[in-house]
Design a binder for this molecule. Sequence first.
Ligand SMILES: NC(=O)c1ccc[n+]([C@@H]2O[C@H](COP(=O)([O-])OP(=O)(O)OC[C@H]3O[C@@H](n4cnc5c(N)ncnc54)[C@H](OP(=O)(O)O)[C@@H]3O)[C@@H](O)[C@H]2O)c1
Length: 298
Amino acid sequence: MAIEKSSSTPVDHRRKILITGAGGLLGRHATRWFADRYDVIAARHEDVDITDARTVGQWITEHRPDLIINCAAFSNVDACEREPARAFAVNAEGAYNLALAAHRVGAELVHFSTDYVFDGRKRTPYTIEDDPRPINVYGQSKLEGEKFVRGALSRHYIVRIARLFGRGGRNFASALLDLARRQGRLLAIVDEIGSPTYVMDLIERLDEIIRWGPYGTYHVTNEGACSWYEFALTALRLAGLRGVVIEKVNSADLNRPARRPHYTALRCLVSERLGWTPLRPWSEAFAAFIHERDEQTG
Ligand SMILES: NC(=O)c1ccc[n+]([C@@H]2O[C@H](COP(=O)([O-])OP(=O)(O)OC[C@H]3O[C@@H](n4cnc5c(N)ncnc54)[C@H](OP(=O)(O)O)[C@@H]3O)[C@@H](O)[C@H]2O)c1
């Protein structure tokens, strides 16, 4: 795919980065950010299917990157429940294919995982020392992917993230605002607590991780946690949308194929040990997102 590079930022040609899943929410933003700073080759799903071990091997051997950032995933939680074979093929075996190919050429790998590897029974933020116990297929397949990456490649960064929002594409924050504008009415869940995360804040932290961080597992989210209901209240206020009716619901009322954990706030021990500043609170990040959206549209 073609990548635009900003002329003002010097590109570090010494570090070659391949990005998979470049058409997704994280993939698009990561491609733009890293292409401004490094030598980047980005592949969308239609360019490189990570479940195809041979293609992955050839692509990585041909480009011999220093680092691979895997943004590819089967990320629809309910669809994973209906199609477990596909979930494991993409989220677990796909990750393994990349880790193995990375190992062969001596590359590092960034692999994203999820707060949904936890069962949600805790009431204080999960750290990397807590045992994962996923309660749905998506979480199980992502945990399997983590294990494959750890087993195949020591030079890995596994980055668990949660509730991503950002400009463009499918994401819960844009969907919520669109629905509120169109219908003036929302259903919002009160008993699923997690940490919303602005994709731009995540990517800045990721850039720090790949430059200075030790290999291993990270938790990266904006500070604070909220229910979807609390998120909706704040989001509508910050977006200046008044008069929208928000109906509270419980997770169990929704009859969705996949169960969701009730509490998945994350805490990053590695960043704390390194003395890194926590990412700003999610509501501040959401205000920045609204501002960015308004600047683009207005
Ligand atoms: N979004 C969140 O709230 C969230 C929360 C926790 C963790 N994560 C993790 O963060 C990462 C990025 O998520 P995201 O929100 O950017 O997901 P996304 O928007 O769904 O993007 C995933 C991308 O991967 C592509 N893909 C699917 N199967 C593929 C395959 N076999 N080979 C190559 N590409 C494939 C998809 O293409 P198609 O659309 O063509 O299928 C899509 O472009 C994932 O690892 C996800 O599990 C996300």
